[in-house]
Design a protein around this ligand. Structure first.
Ligand code: MN
Length: 200
């Protein structure tokens, strides 16, 4: 059993301003993300205790806590990494070629991703699907509903209200524009490279 830990942000708390305020990054990372890390550790402890005691009454609920909090922890980790104060612009190189191949054009990809981000009750994700061997956009509710098994997230946009409401109020579209001002395509390209190494 691993003791999961909250990763440090790869930049200062105010580094994403004005797209995301220092206050929101602080609450989001130190309170919300920390909560998912704690929830995952707690659920794993409970599962281990239940196995030891041979009493599995609370095990199904603990399993739900693993997928909720574990997915929350993993997606937030990617979310922090796939933004940067030096971000913005469009993907380049092999990832740009693949987006064009799988979605038709960057503009078509972005329109589809923004549709997911506008409607999701959780996340918009660009993923690599290793079964179909293609990129896909997913609309995820909470952290783990409407997931696709085996898919590897390469870009994540958190559209929970805690992600934008303090900065933008109900105007989620403005937040999504802000996300694209700080998106770090280099990190997405790194994740895509991992998928090519493993699956193609
Ligand atoms: Mn969040």
């Amino acid at each position: 059993m691993t003791d999961h830990e909250l990763p440090e942000l790869p930049y200062d708390y105010d580094a994403l301003e004005p797209a995301i305020s220092e206050q929101v990054v602080t609450w989001h990372h130190d309170t919300h993300h920390q909560g998912y890390v704690n929830g995952l550790n707690g659920a794993e402890e409970e599962l281990a205790e239940n196995r030891e005691n041979g009493d599995f009454e609370s095990t199904p609920a603990a399993m739900e806590n693993v997928t909720h909090n574990g997915s929350g922890h993993y997606l937030h980790t990617l979310f922090w990494e796939n933004m940067s104060p030096d971000g913005g612009g469009e993907p380049e190189g092999e990832l740009a070629d693949r987006i064009e191949e799988d979605f038709g054009s960057y503009e078509a990809w972005k329109g589809e991703f923004e549709a997911a981000a506008s409607a999701a009750g959780g996340w918009a994700l660009l993923v690599y699907d290793p079964v179909a061997k293609q990129l896909r956009n997913l609309k995820v509710d909470r952290h783990d509903l409407h997931a696709l098994w085996g898919a590897h997230p390469i870009l994540a946009c958190d559209v929970w209200e805690h992600s934008y409401y303090y900065d933008y109020g109900p105007d989620r579209g403005e937040f999504i524009d802000g996300f694209f001002d700080v998106v770090d395509w280099n990190k997405a390209a790194d994740e895509y490279e991992k998928c090519l190494d493993h699956f193609e």
